[in-house]
Design a protein around this ligand. Structure first.
Ligand code: I24
Ligand code: DGL
Length: 264
């Protein structure tokens, strides 16, 4: 089907999910909205995140998307069920895909979830994991310093490693074999996290798993773009167009992205 896939996020972090979708489904067109004017969602109240996320979804629904991906973990945690009830198209969040991959990979059934305060407080990962395996032992950990670290751009080097190691201190003396990166930004510091938890722990990104789920869902519903074409993605931001463009072009390695301002 020749309609775009919608992707909504609190800002630029969801580009990690968009990039994975482009990799798995190179013929599909993506319409992305990043709410950079209101980012971050992680520390905000549940009601606020719900209101903002509904607005993002509505804006893309008007542009006739065939499927909606909530790329932001915090938004997925509070708004997935709500949007599924309100919308007539399939809605995919990042949490179920990450949880499924973790349950498949864990041997000891001891899983760490790293995420923003909002996601951890919601308990959404725990619910998803326990519904897949009721005996799983889950260790949730909010890492409120990690998003500001990535957004500072200075996430390489000793200072960044120390900050990550410090944030992961509560995991010392805990036993686990799998870590879910339950936040769009954490793949940027995955190497630091892997170094802290050691080589016997599997670290999984929800972004990669979500792209696979999108492909399965489109396939199952006969919504795949079957003819070969050169997709014309559009990126909307509620904030600065040039800043968004710089980050997105750099991350997606695409020149001349179509980035537009949107008022919500
Ligand atoms: N990464 C993120 N957010 C930023 C950033 C970054 N600045 C540098 N890098 N800034 O998220 C957010 C601030 N807002 C201000 C208002 O406008 C929008 C941005 C992670 C992005 C994940 C794709 C580092 C950086 C980069 C390019 C690619 C990846 C990356 F510059 F981490
Ligand atoms: N996108 C958010 C998430 O995945 C991280 C950034 C934010 O707090 O808005 O939870």
């Amino acid at each position: 089907m020749n309609a775009p896939i919608g992707v909504i996020d609190s800002g630029v972090g969801g580009l990690t999910v968009a990039k994975q979708i482009m990799k798995v489904l190179p013929n599909e067109t993506i319409y992305y909205i990043g709410d950079t004017a209101r980012c971050p969602y992680g520390p905000r109240k549940k009601e606020e995140v719900l209101t903002f996320t509904r607005r993002l979804a509505k804006a893309l629904e008007k542009k006739h998307i065939k499927l909606l991906v909530i790329a932001c973990n915090t938004a997925t945690a509070v708004a997935l069920d709500d949007l599924r009830e309100r919308m007539s198209i399939p809605v995919v969040g990042v949490i179920n895909a990450g949880a499924r991959a973790a349950i498949k990979s864990t041997k000891e059934h001891k899983i760490v979830v790293l995420a923003t305060e909002g996601t951890i407080k919601s308990g959404a990962y725990e619910r998803a994991l326990l519904s897949l395996n009721s005996r799983a032992k889950i260790i949730p950990l909010a890492c409120p310093t990690f998003v500001p670290l990535v957004e500072s751009g200075e996430y390489e080097g000793q200072f960044a490693f120390d900050l990550v190691a410090n944030g992961l201190k509560p995991l010392k003396n805990k036993s686990f074999d799998t870590v879910i990166l339950g936040c769009t930004h954490y793949p940027m510091i995955q190497h630091h996290i892997e170094k802290v938890v050691g080589p016997h722990v599997t670290v999984l990104s929800s972004a990669e798993e979500t792209a696979k789920e999108v492909e399965e869902l489109l396939n199952y519903n006969n919504l795949l773009q079957t003819t070969e074409k050169n997709p014309q993605h559009i990126f909307y931001t509620t904030g600065s167009v040039p800043i968004f463009r710089t980050i997105a072009q750099n991350w997606l390695e695409i020149e001349q992205l179509d980035v537009r301002k949107i008022h919500l």
